[in-house]
Design a protein around this ligand. Structure first.
Ligand SMILES: Cc1cc2nc3c(=O)[nH]c(=O)nc-3n(C[C@H](O)[C@H](O)[C@H](O)COP(=O)(O)OP(=O)(O)OC[C@H]3O[C@@H](n4cnc5c(N)ncnc54)[C@H](O)[C@@H]3O)c2cc1C
Length: 457
């Protein structure tokens, strides 16, 4: 590929990235799609490679014309404008050049620190689901699937179908589900899915308990039991309401948070919506970020599920092609109208879900002084509290004083939790338009040799 042709790189092979790549390629852009996984499809299609849904790897294979696909390839740095450093498994690091970039790096489970959450046998709901779907491995035999949101249902479905004895512990009350009836009832696709989950869970005797939160996970070397409290509307435990349940695995899922590291590295503006406690890459209505020729789609532009990701991905691909001069104004306007109609439909339910299952402040009360908050650097909540006696209550001061967020994961696990905790317990306010957690390369662990090699190439 010559540098003169318009080169688009799409990072992320989930529904958003596959859709963006397909759309841009169909207008003649030279597209390279990069994903660190060994299969395409992202989180939603993991273990469902034969799905024929829109945004799936099968549909991508059929519809994408000449897209160069690099799997097992992680983007770990962006050393200059138009340049990404990548590392493909088994190969030396190298650089890729782009004229336009679509970021579709997805999301991961929102980490919530609570006593016992670092015990072996505690999983994220998404992690447990991936283990089961991709490798046929279940987390245990008596499993608590706990947190908030519709994602608990497919996880419970998956695990109970594989023979686990599952209980679902949902923080919101049944009235939350009832308030969603007008949205779900007019969305036949989701209605069918929801009814299916509930019917299967009922048939398998999966108990679902609402208005409850796991407040402590017990065990010496592994999970043995969990304490569950009834909670008030803000998810604060109600004293005296606790019960203890035996279990050998706990899967925690309090929704997802976007994967922002790469977007931050290339200088995209990050916003924060306090109403739903969500950080995301700021885009305009056409998925352009604050950086020229860089677009964002899917979960990193706001959690909305796979249908929103597909429509946003297509819009990002179309806009990238338009900005590269490969789509006429009329054609672009017609495409935007069509995609916006679809987005309005799928976002209706997604917005309700986002609001109904938003994390409540009680979540930031669960950790105790001895609870580890930063798992990479073993930083406890107590050591953060000690530093606050003499330090400013800001994420940067906490990071510098305690090393929280400086480990291998670069703060992916603890950074948002620490900010939310500072917001709930101190005067710190997460600014809506100035994301306060800085990121440094490499965004994924790579050897120094590989890093230097990519800087040279
Ligand atoms: C573990 C998990 C399981 C989920 N399961 C479901 C489900 O069953 N049903 C449902 O409706 N929703 C599920 N979701 C929600 C899901 O994220 C969305 O519905 C949908 O997959 C979003 O699509 P996306 O393209 O935005 O992101 P994703 O599907 O997350 O795709 C992002 C892709 O980017 C790649 N990537 C990220 N960073 C880099 C990098 N630096 N270099 C290279 N590649 C990179 C990742 O490997 C990933 O394949 C799940 C989410 C998670 C986190």
């Amino acid at each position: 590929m010559t540098r003169e042709s318009k080169q688009l790189i799409v990072v992320g092979g989930g529904p958003a990235g596959l859709s963006a790549a397909t759309e841009a390629a169909c207008y003649g852009m030279a597209v390279t799609l990069v994903d660190e996984s060994s299969t395409l499809g992202g989180q939603y299609f993991r273990g469902r490679q034969d799905s024929e849904e829109e945004g799936s790897p099968r549909v991508f294979e059929r519809q994408s014309q000449g897209v160069q696909t690099l799997i097992d390839t992680v983007v770990f740095d962006a050393p200059g404008a138009g340049v990404l450093s990548v590392l493909t498994e088994g190969q030396a690091a190298r650089t890729l050049h782009y004229d336009a970039l679509v970021l579709a790096t997805g999301a991961y489970d929102r980490p919530v620190a609570l006593p016992g959450w670092t015990l072996p046998g505690v999983f994220t709901a998404g992690g447990a689901s991936t283990l089961a779907r991709s490798y046929g491995v279940t987390p245990g035999s008596r499993v608590l699937v706990a947190g908030a949101g519709p994602f608990l249902l497919p996880v419970a479905d998956e695990l109970s179908q594989r023979g686990c004895r599952v209980q679902v512990i949902e923080a919101t009350t049944p009235s939350t589900m009832v308030s969603g009836v007008p949205f779900v009832a007019t969305d036949l696709e989701i209605l069918g899915q929801t009814v299916g989950y509930l019917a299967r869970l009922t048939a398998r005797g999966v108990r679902r308990r609402y208005g409850r939160v796991i407040t402590r996970i017990h065990g010496h070397d592994e999970v043995e039991a969990a304490t569950i409290h009834r909670v008030d509307d803000e998810w604060r435990p109600i004293p005296g309401s606790e019960t203890t349940v035996e279990a050998d695995a706990v899967c925690l899922g309090f929704g997802f948070i976007p994967h922002l590291d790469l977007a931050q590295l290339v200088g995209c503006k990050i916003s924060y919506s306090g109403d739903v406690a969500e950080s995301f890459v700021k885009t305009d209505d056409s998925m352009r970020t604050s950086q020229p020729h860089i677009y964002a789609a899917g979960e990193i532009a706001g959690i909305g599920g796979s249908r929103v990701a597909v429509a946003e991905g297509r819009l990002a691909g179309l806009t990238a092609a338009r900005d590269a001069g490969m789509v006429s104004r009329e054609h672009y306007s017609a495409g935007v109208r069509r995609l916006n109609k679809r987005l309005a439909h799928v976002r209706r339910l997604a917005d309700w879900m986002r609001n109904a299952y938003r994390p409540r402040v009680g979540l930031w009360d669960l950790a105790e002084p001895s609870t580890i908050v930063c798992r990479c650097e073993d930083v406890t909540l107590g050591s953060i509290q000690e530093e606050l006696a003499t330090n400013a209550a800001t994420p940067r001061a906490v990071k510098t004083a305690t090393r929280s967020g400086m480990g291998l994961c670069q703060g992916r696990i603890c950074s948002q939790y620490i900010m939310e905790w500072l917001q709930a317990h101190h005067d710190f306010r997460i600014p809506p338009d100035n994301w306060p957690w800085r990121i440094r390369p490499p965004v994924r662990p790579v050897s120094l040799g590989d890093w230097l090699l990519s800087e040279e190439s």
